[in-house]
Structure formats: structure tokens, C-alpha cells
Ligand binder design. Structure first.
Ligand SMILES: [Zn+2]
Length: 100
């Protein structure tokens, strides 16, 4: 594996760890939890990581709240239009996806 790919892989792992830590921290310290997400986001930008759909919906891009369904995010399904909508409970930011 070349160095660039290796670095990207490490960055990806760090991203995952930060999101997990943000989840664990949410109940105890929201602000610290958001800092973890913010740091993860900075890593994503720096290494130009491509996130899986799962990771894309694991936090709010606007306020950096980690998204825990039912707690910090509402997930709505529009079965007729085949759309999933994520609504951040912290700031109201909406993210929509088409699904098949
Ligand atoms: Zn938000």
C-alpha cells in the first residue's frame, strides 16, 4: 500500500473513532461531543475523505451535533417519494436522501 492510501486509511479510522466518541459523550457533555465531530469534519476535509452513506448521516454538518436517531435527529420516511429526511433536533438542519 502506498503512503498516500495508508494516510487516508488512518484518517478514516480517526474519523470513525471521533464519531463514536462523540456519540458516547453526547449525554455527558454536548459541547465536547460537538468538538469531536468538528475535529472529524476537519479530518474529512483535509484528507478529502469520501464518506459512506452511514457516516454522512451520523452527524450534523451545520451544528456538529452527532446524530442519534430519536435523540438528536428525527428520521422521516416518505414511502411514496422514496425519500428519507433527517432533521437535526439541535439546529433544524435538514438532509434528504433518495432511496430505492
Ligand atoms: Zn444541527
Amino acid at each position: 500500500m502506498n503512503e498516500k492510501r495508508l494516510r487516508k486509511r488512518i484518517a478514516c479510522e480517526r474519523f470513525n473513532i471521533l464519531i463514536r466518541e462523540a456519540e458516547e459523550m453526547w449525554e455527558r457533555d454536548k459541547e465536547l461531543s460537538k468538538k469531536y465531530v468538528e475535529r472529524a469534519w476537519a479530518i474529512k476535509l483535509r484528507f478529502k475523505l469520501r464518506l459512506s452513506k452511514e457516516l454522512k448521516t451520523s452527524f450534523c454538518k451545520k451544528c456538529f451535533a452527532v446524530w442519534i436517531p430519536g435523540r438528536t435527529v428525527d428520521v422521516k420516511f416518505d414511502q411514496r417519494e422514496h425519500i428519507i429526511e433527517y432533521v437535526c433536533k439541535e439546529c433544524g438542519y435538514k438532509k434528504r436522501f433518495k432511496y430505492k
